[in-house]
Ligand binder design. Structure first.
Ligand SMILES: [Zn+2]
Length: 204
């Protein structure tokens, strides 16, 4: 099973149904339910009364954290150029295995830019899975480690740079400016090389 997806932070407590207000503390539990990871967000009082004791011992528990809820900002700019982040979102939505290496490289790039933070690393039958949090939106991104070898890097770098430059449809209107794509290409090269070395030397 390839389990890569994005799970949004809930806008209300799963236990009592009350809507979160801006700057309120919420608690997130992540469970592995075989078909998918299940995310539960609960409010402070439900956390204390129903979850703080015992939730970590429940079947399938993989991770817990808490954070501060931020009310969603109104959408201002409907036309956005392709960035590493928008590209990663599209790739996850497509859910096509051929893009697993590209998704991994983009996630590492975003981790470096501190757009994503690693919350958990899990080992499953299909390999290593990284659970990333997007601290601004509270979403979690589940990314599969493609186990890239050094000799595969060039092709993946090329794919990612081409996607950043042209998007999926090759539509020029949604593409990043050439200068940005160029610098993205350099970044990809260094990120990809590092990731492969990391894998080769067995450290993570
Ligand atoms: Zn609650």
């Amino acid at each position: 099973m390839i389990d890569w997806n994005i799970q949004s932070r809930a806008h209300a407590c799963e236990a009592c149904g009350r809507g979160f207000s801006d700057k309120e503390t919420y608690h997130t539990l992540l469970f592995d339910e075989r078909a998918a990871f299940r995310r539960i967000d609960v409010c402070q009082s439900c956390w204390q009364t129903q979850y703080s004791e015992g939730a970590r011992e429940r079947k399938g528990f993989v991770s817990y954290w808490h954070g501060v809820y931020e009310a969603p900002a109104p959408q201002s700019d409907p036309i956005q150029k392709e960035t590493a982040e928008s590209l990663l979102r599209k790739i996850i939505e497509l859910n096509d295995r051929q893009y697993i290496p590209a998704a991994y490289i983009l996630a590492v790039m975003l981790e470096r830019k501190r757009v994503l933070k690693v919350k958990e690393q899990l080992v499953r039958d299909e390999g290593r899975i990284f659970v990333y949090e997007h601290p601004k939106t509270g979403e979690i991104f589940t990314i599969v480690d493609p186990n890239l070898q050094l000799n595969q890097l060039e092709a993946v770098q090329h794919d990612v740079a081409a996607l950043l430059e042209h998007g999926f449809g090759g539509a020029a209107s949604s593409a990043a400016p050439a200068s940005e794509a160029m610098s993205a290409g350099d970044q990809i090269a260094s990120v990809a090389t590092q990731s492969a070395r990391r894998v080769e030397s067995g450290e993570v």
